[in-house]
Ligand binder design. Structure first.
Ligand code: PHE
Length: 459
């Protein structure tokens, strides 16, 4: 076996928190959160989402941190190293599969951001709401353009991942993470001051609990897990590069708070603008599902800066550039899981392992992209290909991965090892450990099982 020092570690505390937060913060917050919030009734959904982040998300992150850091190995090996029961490695396999599917469809949306970056640069997005909507439709349904952008995006990810943990992932995250936050705040202010924006703000903050049904629970669970990168072993793999001094609870809490904050800011950016232009078709759930951000924002930039068009264009360019970066820090983590696995378990050179993941993800991306155009008539369980990949991973595969991980940590892994890792060998609070243990033994599995039973129509 390779020595631990050969694998590389994150070089600094801030580097590791930023890299892990970089995995969490991405299109899940800015693109997916507004869509699921819009389709599930707004404020009440957000409250359920908060509850799930707190009750399931943070304990779930801690489980993956404990497993990953203890073993200092790739996802599959991490589970095996913790017990003598070999079949737990399949949880790692599930994570690798899930992350690679996510990488495939995520790259399509990230590719749209690339297109929008260049379109803003060349002024192709300047126009009224109807023009912007039409622009999105003609682009997303184009047979090969979006495929090319998606593959380009996967290649960008590939290039960072082959450089390794410290030089590639950490360095990229340190630069790329803080920038989008600043710009997001600027756009929120612009959006909230548009005429009629108040309705959008109310949609986000005045809950109507009669809207909470089983579907809302399933979607909130999926969104919480997707947004925190949970249940794919991404966090487990990143934690395997943590140092022994990293405080796990503090890091998990910081990442969850930052991630949630950015999602709310994204909501505050999209909804006031959407209500202001009267684009509220999402409220009835029949919006062209994935387009919200791509139709509302260019219109927002255009309308808010009619007097000073160069300013609207500059903000648009910056926004899509930063979104590309935010997406990149997430796709890097999805890619890294499989790359680490093939490098360490199959003993392939890191370069070759990275190519395996790049190739598989590219094929998935091509199908997802064609699903909006030439393959639009292909549906799986009533959904287009991209929506199917999106729903099956977030609402089913990721919660399943997290469920198995919590059962593993709560019931099967050696309690002493878990306590040791959780408390940094007794230097951190043991009281918190007891709360954690009860949560992962009972609360996390029971809640997820209950929601699954509902998903399959049993309750
Ligand atoms: N959490 C990321 C986001 O919000 C997406 C992601 C999912 C990253 C799964 C890694 C694994 O964009």
């Amino acid at each position: 076996m390779k020595k631990l020092t050969d694998r590389g570690n994150f070089g600094s505390r801030i580097g590791l928190v930023l890299a892990t937060a970089g995995s969490a913060v991405g299109l899940g917050n800015v693109w997916r959160f507004p869509i699921t919030t819009g389709n599930n009734g707004g404020a009440a959904f957000i409250i359920v989402y908060f509850m799930f982040v707190l009750m399931l998300g943070i304990p779930g992150m801690l489980c993956e941190f404990v497993v990953g850091r203890r073993s200092q190995r790739n996802a599959a090996r991490s589970y095996r190293n913790f017990t003598h029961m070999r079949y737990w490695k399949y949880v790692g396999y599930l994570g690798i599969l899930t992350a690679t599917i996510v990488l495939g469809f995520y790259a399509v949306v990230a590719g749209w951001c690339l297109e929008y970056f260049f379109a803003s640069l060349t002024g192709r997005l300047d126009g009224d709401a109807a023009y912007v909507k039409q622009y999105f439709i003609s682009f997303a349904t184009h047979p090969w353009k979006p495929c090319l952008w998606a593959i380009l995006f996967i290649m960008m990810t590939h290039l960072v991942v082959v450089r390794g943990v410290k030089n590639g992932i950490e360095r990229a995250s340190k630069v790329l993470m803080p920038l989008p936050l600043v710009l997001l705040v600027v756009i929120v202010v612009v959006s909230c001051t548009l005429p009629g924006a108040g309705q959008g703000i109310a949609f986000l903050f005045h809950p109507d609990f009669s809207k909470v049904d089983g579907r809302v629970l399933v979607e909130a669970l999926g969104q919480a897990f997707f947004s925190l990168s949970l249940g794919t072993c991404c966090l487990c793999t990143y934690a395997s590069y943590f140092s022994k001094e990293t405080r796990l609870v503090q890091s998990a809490a910081q990442i969850a708070v930052l991630d949630t904050l950015i999602a709310i800011l994204a909501g505050l950016m999209i909804f006031p603008a959407a209500f202001s232009v009267g684009d509220v078709s999402f409220a009835s759930g029949d919006a062209a599902k994935s387009s919200l951000m791509f139709t509302v924002l260019p219109d927002l930039f255009h309308r808010a800066f009619v007097e000073v068009p160069w300013m609207g264009r500059t903000i648009s360019i910056l926004f899509f550039a930063l979104l590309v970066f935010a997406a990149l820090t997430s796709t890097i983590s999805m890619h890294e899981i499989g790359t680490a696995f093939f490098t360490e378990e199959r003993r392939l050179p890191r370069r070759v392992s990275a190519w395996v993941i790049t190739a598989v993800a590219s094929v998935i991306a091509i199908f997802c992209s064609l699903g909006n155009g030439p393959l639009a008539q292909v549906t799986i369980l009533g959904r287009g290909i991209l929506d199917f990949c999106n729903d099956i991973t977030a609402n089913f595969m990721m919660p399943a991965g997290a469920l198995l991980t919590s059962i593993f940590v709560g019931w099967f892994a050696s309690r002493d090892k878990v306590r040791d890792e959780f408390t940094n060998h007794g230097t951190q609070s043991v009281r918190l450990f007891n709360i954690f243990l009860i949560t992962v033994r009972w609360v996390v599995p029971l809640l997820i099982i209950l929601i699954f039973l509902h998903l399959f129509g049993v309750v």
